[in-house]
Design a protein around this ligand. Structure first.
Ligand code: PAZ
Length: 320
């Protein structure tokens, strides 16, 4: 399979030529209700999480996927809630969700938190405390209107939903943080070039022509939500590229923070690039022992971002 990736189109053209997701109207109404239910000084974060798909067929059998389990996003959402934020969680369907992530994708084995005793199914004693906390937290935050979950599957779903939510929360200004941890495809096949039905193998090898996805961070920062505190992520596999690409993103889009991480060490180490710390980014890291003991790097990362977000809110209030 050969990939031919060329032609850059602008964001507006993208929306004109692709169909919105079926949950766009629902998401609009729910986000609108959610933000109206918050108190005037409530800090809000939009957490994006999981990878986008790029379908190869209109009746989709095959698609190109972006790597992301949703660990960063779901774990961060829990931390933001614990720090008093209201969270809009825009996530890839079937990826990890806050408070459910340890059960739906349990690495210790399917349903390994359950056992049968005297014919009765019950939670294993060692899981009871954690599960109880997760259940209580999930119920508390949803009932208090502090957690709203919106799902996407394709790149197109994601972009439409991101624009919709951004435009709705933009009026709340600096007290909104964007935490863009989703892994979003850089390439796509425009809908008019998609095969209607399943691509057949009878004709031999498959060559794909993929267009470059417009850079949506530009309109997000400049037009959709210009007063909000925006944190983007940069994932690389070549260590030589990570710093230069993170700095380039900051210069190009002019937002507040780029969090840089390497694929294989992302659970242990991340770098925070800002305009002031472009050459000496702050490092957040934990050890394998910390991880084994149940500590997630997101605890420290979210704490640090919440601190910086508070400074940003205070500095914009001083300017008024
Ligand atoms: O979801 P996950 O925990 O498996 O991975 C998180 C991540 C690596 C997708 C995230 O930290 C990230 O870097 N997101 C942006 C990816 C990108 O550059 O498109």
């Amino acid at each position: 399979m050969a990939l031919d990736m060329r032609r850059v189109i602008d964001p507006d053209t993208y929306f004109d030529h692709n169909s919105p997701p079926t949950n766009l109207g629902w998401a609009h109404d729910e986000v609108d209700k959610f933000i109206k239910a918050q108190s005037p000084d409530q800090r809000i974060v939009l957490v994006t999480s999981g990878g986008t798909t790029v379908p190869l067929e209109n009746n989709t059998v095959r698609f190109v996927d972006n790597f992301s389990a949703g660990t960063r996003g779901s774990c961060s959402a829990e931390q933001f809630l614990a720090m008093g934020y209201a969270v809009i969680f825009l996530y890839r369907e079937q990826s990890l969700q806050p408070f459910n992530r340890n059960y739906s994708h349990n690495t210790k084995g399917v349903l390994s938190f359950l056992e049968r005793t005297n014919g009765q199914i019950r939670i294993k004693p060692e899981w009871e405390e954690k599960m109880g906390q997760d259940l209580d937290n999930y119920q508390k935050y949803t009932q208090e209107n502090k957690l709203l979950m919106v799902n996407f599957t394709t790149l197109s779903d994601y972009l439409f939903l991101l624009r919709e939510v951004s435009l709705l929360v933009a009026s709340l200004g600096p007290r909104v943080m964007f935490y863009l941890a989703a892994a979003v495809s850089d390439f796509f096949i425009p809908s008019h070039s998609l095969s209607e039905h399943k691509i057949q193998s009878a004709t031999g090898d498959l060559t794909l022509h993929m267009n470059q996805v417009p850079k949506f961070l530009r309109p997000l920062v400049k037009n959709w939500a210009p007063l909000c505190f925006i944190v983007s992520f940069k994932l690389e596999t070549d260590p030589e590229l990570l710093g230069p690409k993170a700095r380039h993103a900051l210069e190009k889009y002019g937002h507040q923070v780029v969090i840089a991480n390497m694929l294989h060490t992302r659970k242990f180490q991340v770098w925070l690039f800002t305009k002031e710390e472009a050459m000496r980014p702050a490092v957040i890291q934990i050890s394998q022992d910390d991880l084994d003991a149940g500590r997630d790097i997101e605890q420290d990362l979210v704490e640090e971002l919440a601190r910086r977000h508070q400074q940003y809110i205070s500095s914009t209030l001083q300017q008024d």
